[in-house]
Design a protein around this ligand. Sequence first.
Ligand SMILES: Cc1cc2nc3c(=O)[nH]c(=O)nc-3n(C[C@H](O)[C@H](O)[C@H](O)COP(=O)(O)OP(=O)(O)OC[C@H]3O[C@@H](n4cnc5c(N)ncnc54)[C@H](O)[C@@H]3O)c2cc1C
Length: 408
Amino acid sequence: MTDSARFDVLVVGGGMTGSALALGLARQGWQVGLVEAGQLAKITETPSTVTSVDDYEPRVSAISAASKRLLDSLGVWPRLARERHCNYRGMEVWDGDGTGRIRFDAHDLQVPELGSIVENRILVRALFQALAESPVTVLDSSQVIGMTAGGEGRTLTLADGRSLTASLVVAADGGNSRLRQWAGLPTREWDYDQQAIVCTVRTARGHQHTAWQRFSPTGPLAFLPLGCEQPSDEHYCSIVWSQDTSEARRLAALDDDAFTSALESAIEGQLGAIESVSRRFTFPLRQRHAKDYVSGDVVLVGDAAHTIHPLAGQGANLGYSDVRVLLDELAQGRQRGLAPNDPLLLARYQRRRKGDNLTMMAAMEGFKQLFARDELPLRWLRNTGMRWLDRAGPLKQRLAAEAMGLHH
Ligand SMILES: Cc1cc2nc3c(=O)[nH]c(=O)nc-3n(C[C@H](O)[C@H](O)[C@H](O)COP(=O)(O)OP(=O)(O)OC[C@H]3O[C@@H](n4cnc5c(N)ncnc54)[C@H](O)[C@@H]3O)c2cc1C
């Protein structure tokens, strides 16, 4: 590529959101460039066989039916289906402080699975392979260090001195998006003073293709089932354990034996003894939402627009809903001969996504508050509510279908 180049759309960020969007836009016939600071081949390296907990990537995503449909339409899901992942058929949620328990079952909902747990690195690799066979110009190991507006659209400056211009720039550069700041798009943020501990464990009992989630006043704990292609693999789970910052730090610093015994008691021995545990990673929990997603010819998608509490594992799915709607608007615009930065198209994208994202974020906040409180009436409400919901067939099914994205 020369020192300067022009595109219809430039996507900044080759994570799971930006890569999918770039693929979809190229399929519609736009000239697309994708800029990623990291080296994609390196980011996506992962051991093909699992012999220990350290072979799994600690960051995983629960991919909903709607996200899977999008990835399928982009030719990415068939690649992923050949890779390590776990289609989970059950979800069990209970209140650690009481008797409330609810179980969702794919069989009852007449669907083959509730969703799929995929390691982020494997998902990004499948996207990267599809990109390599697409007309998208991929510039990895290329950090964007500046953005200016001009008559020709936006110009991005790369760390190596090259510049790229496009009619539309999509910021898919994650939660700490620099592009969002350069575009002057403010955010609203909630800091929970909590951290999530993330790691992989091997358990004595198999996970039964079920996602296990225990709520307690100090925060939720999830055991997400990993790679279940072979029966011997059904003992690995990815852990996301949210705790107040000081407690998370204390737990993460424990040695393996002390940590596994704390974890075993937190999950109430549901999967038997924890036989081994990987290195622990912690990350701060912060919910963040951009007040607007569009500024002139810059538009936000994925974590750049919203980061959400991981308690329902909806982060990647919200990003994929953004991608689906933006692709839909730009396809309609292209058919009508509009430019990709047409203000009406972008305004419609924002309108269609903002409400949904806010609803999900408010629901997460409400959930968190409900479980964080220890007053007797609230505890009673949680337990009675859960037991009632577990028996309330149609409502329970509706809730599950909503969470799986089956209504989209
Ligand atoms: C521990 C953990 C567990 C999670 N679990 C789940 C789950 O179970 N289910 C779920 O749905 N979601 C989950 N999430 C959320 C999910 O990982 C994120 O929502 C998702 O990764 C966001 O994807 P993204 O592509 O928008 O951003 P990112 O994955 O952050 O990607 C942004 C990309 O932009 C690149 N970039 C940044 N700045 C620049 C620049 N200036 N120039 C060029 N490139 C740049 C970065 O290198 C990066 O590759 C979890 C998150 C964490 C941290």
